[in-house]
Design a protein around this ligand. Structure first.
Ligand code: UD1
Ligand code: MG
Length: 484
């Protein structure tokens, strides 16, 4: 029994996926100079979420149709995908914009006959790859598959018109629909999978004889029906997956939906979130077991949290590796940018600490309130607990860096390094003028400004000697005249 299904599945397995992304529209309601598809969701332009989806599907290529803000959109894509580019992306321009059918017509020269075309929109960022795989399976490489949805308020959408026996006949746009058709609650999501060879034939037959004078992509449904090509509707019930962004309100709604999804994924991995509604992940957050995260934390870029890490409330952490058992107290800002930041196992950071690019903390390091660390290595057990700056420094094991002390690393033109060897104790309010090396086990007296290397084991003091003048009388104020 070589069933039809088996034949279809074989066809599907072999059909390459060519993703076409419509992104030429203006996005008037965003009221923004930035093209709509470049507005960020979770810190990443909407269009790049759609390209990520194409990549997840291992599409053979993605053809992006641009129009409004085309140069900006193309440049942003090229820049943002450069690092990870496994997907072949090309752009075609649609000038002027005469409708969704006209948009896809522009992509025809880029489409080979042997593929299945998956039509997506640059402003619909949250479609799950699994849903699209199901849609592609429904198309089976030789049928027209539409992603549809039941909507209590279908106004504005294309309606799925079915025959009495339930077979899809057409999509009718809101403005062209009869009152009876407007009562249909099954809508077309804007996403379809269609064999390229058929798509090309149908696109050539489109006209703009409709209420909006546009070339409707949705008209291909009636051509498929006329040609005897099966049209299948793959109905889903998760509206977020097909929701588009037309306004700042809708963008914010999708942002919250996306963040809640991230929060749920994290909790499924065992992360304890104080409140899943109060976390933002703008990038990739990897967590080992027994991580706890308090409210209002933002994670950006690549962040990894080791086993048992605890993140206090109101922390912003970007591009950093926090190793097992470390505690990040509230209001700490960590940003590794391109260099990264490492916080060693068991370290304590914050509250109100700032770790900048190239901060590398070993195990059990303590960084306290109002301490800034940049491009510096702190070996195991080193401490800077209050009001300090460590920039371009190499700090040995168990060093204690006193309150108010700083490395003066910048001479106005160049940056210089400070080396503090193991077990040095730097008193409060010291200025270490780099380049400088403090020998192991030494002590620096509080208030010292050091410009020369210090020997190991010595007490080094560099400040005005204390003098006391006995019986010193301060100037006195003249007595006030009595008021009458
Ligand atoms: C379209 C569908 C409708 C469906 C709805 C789902 C058509 C005719 N109608 O409606 O059935 O329910 O999506 O949201 O397809 N675009 C271009 N060039 C154009 C026109 C549009 O690139 O000339 C892009 C837009 O930027 C957008 C996407 O295509 O990303 C959809 O366009 P939009 O105007 O939002 O869709 P509708 O026509 O409202
Ligand atoms: Mg439209």
């Amino acid at each position: 029994m070589t069933s039809e299904l088996q034949v279809q599945n074989t066809a599907l397995e072999h059909a390459a996926i060519d993703v076409v992304i419509m992104a030429a529209g203006k996005g008037t309601r965003m009221k923004s100079r930035l093209p709509k598809v470049l507005h960020p969701l979770a810190g990443r332009p909407l269009l790049l979420h759609v390209l990520d989806t194409a990549q997840a599907l291992q599409a053979r290529q993605a053809v992006v149709i641009t129009g409004h803000g085309a140069t900006e959109v193309e440049a942003a894509c090229a820049m943002a995908t450069r690092a990870t580019a496994q997907l072949v992306i090309s752009f075609v321009r649609q000038e002027p914009q005469l409708g969704t059918g006209h948009a896809v017509q522009q992509a025809v020269p880029a489409l080979a006959d042997d593929g299945v075309v998956l039509v997506l929109s640059g402003d619909v960022p949250l479609t799950a790859p699994a849903t699209l795989r199901q849609l592609l399976a429904a198309s089976a490489g030789n049928q027209l598959a539409l992603l549809t949805l039941e909507m209590a308020e279908p106004s504005g959408y294309g309606r799925i018109v079915r025959s009495a026996s339930g077979i899809v006949q057409a999509i009718v746009e809101q403005k062209d629909a009869t009152p009876a058709q407007r009562a249909i609650t099954e809508i077309y999501s804007g996403i379809m999978a269609v064999p390229a060879i058929q798509l090309k034939r149908w696109l050539a037959r489109l006209d703009n004889h409709n209420a909006q004078g546009e070339y409707y992509l949705t008209d291909i449904v009636k051509f498929a029906v006329a040609d005897g090509v099966p049209v299948v509707a793959h109905k889903i019930d998760d509206a977020v997956q097909v929701a588009g962004v037309n306004s700042p309100v809708q963008l914010a709604q999708l942002e919250r939906a996306y963040q809640l999804q991230q929060a749920h994924h994290l909790m499924e991995e065992g992360v304890r979130l104080a409140d899943p509604a109060r976390i933002d992940v703008r990038g990739v957050l990897q967590c080992a077991h027994d991580v706890t995260i308090d409210v209002n934390c933002v994670f950006e870029g690549q962040v990894s949290l080791g086993e048992g890490v605890s993140i206090g409330a109101n922390c912003v952490i970007a591009n950093a590796v926090i190793e097992a058992g470390a505690v990040i107290h509230p209001f700490t800002h960590i940003d590794g940018e391109t260099l990264g930041v490492t916080v060693g196992a068991g370290s304590l950071v914050g509250p109100f600490a700032r770790l900048r690019p190239g901060a590398r903390l070993g195990a059990d390091v303590h960084i306290g309130n109002f301490v800034e660390v940049k491009n510096s290595t702190l070996a195991a057990g080193a401490k800077a607990n209050h009001l300090a700056y460590l920039g371009d420094a190499t700090v040995g094991e168990r060093v204690n860096f006193g309150a108010g002390s700083i490395t003066a690393n910048y001479d106005g033109a160049n940056k210089h390094r400070t080396t503090i060897e193991a077990d040095v104790h730097v008193g409060s309010n010291c200025v270490l003028v780099a380049p400088i090396t403090l020998g192991a086990g030494g002590t620096v007296g509080g208030g010292s400004t050091l410009t020369k290397d210090t020997p190991s084991g010595a007490l080094s003091v560099a400040r005005g000697k204390q003098v006391s003048i006995a019986n010193w009388s301060r100037p006195q104020k003249a007595p006030k005249a009595p008021t009458v």
